[in-house]
Ligand binder design. Structure first.
Ligand code: COA
Length: 159
């Protein structure tokens, strides 16, 4: 069975992430969405909330499951029996950082292949922080995130 992990902080999950996850699910037998604790990012949503929102957003995809993790991505991928790390690549500005991460992960575990999926134009400039900022300013986020995420954001920023 070919298994991939799609890692991220998912604070919160957006349609951009879902595009990558959906396309990855068409390429492999199973996708494990790996929700990183990322304490250094001081996420708005707790790890449990981020995992739950990602589960809800991907429940229509039969070969996708969502798991939280804390620690090294390569350790988590090995634990899960994955052979591929799938990441989304948006604008050119993502490249240098992603290149560094892919090289580091290869150094740590060269049996793991990192594969990039290019974002379509409509999600090229989408990010979780933009969505959080819009929600904080009470601007609608429906075109960027699934309805459950939009409601969760609304609850976070209710006066
Ligand atoms: N569509 C929309 N947005 C996307 C996206 C896509 N396809 N791909 C990435 N993004 C956005 C995210 O929304 C996020 O936005 P924000 O920072 O504005 O909120 C941003 O890009 C960064 O994404 P994030 O999910 O934080 O991922 P990352 O690329 O910074 O990496 C991990 C996160 C979990 C993969 C990485 O930190 C990791 O592997 N951590 C585990 C520890 C480890 O192994 N570290 C490496 C060795 S030191």
């Amino acid at each position: 069975m070919k298994r991939a992990v799609t890692p991220g902080t998912f604070d919160p999950i957006t349609y951009g992430h879902l595009d990558v996850i959906t396309r990855a699910a068409q390429l492999v037998d199973e996708v494990v969405v790996a929700v990183a604790a990322s304490p250094s990012k001081s996420p708005l949503f707790s790890l449990e909330e981020r995992t739950e929102l990602a589960r809800e957003a991907t429940k229509h995809l039969d070969n996708v499951r969502v798991e939280p993790f804390d620690g090294l991505l390569v350790d988590f991928a090995r634990e899960q029996g994955a052979s591929v790390i799938v990441k989304g690549l948006r604008a050119i500005t993502d490249f240098e950082y992603e290149f560094q991460m892919a090289a580091l992960n290869y150094q740590l575990a060269n049996e793991l292949e990192t594969v990039f999926i290019m974002s379509p134009p409509q999600y090229m400039y989408l990010s979780s922080s933009i969505v959080r900022e819009l929600a904080r300013l009470q601007s609608p986020v429906d075109q960027f995130v699934p309805p459950t995420v939009a409601s969760a954001l609304e609850r976070k920023f209710v006066d």
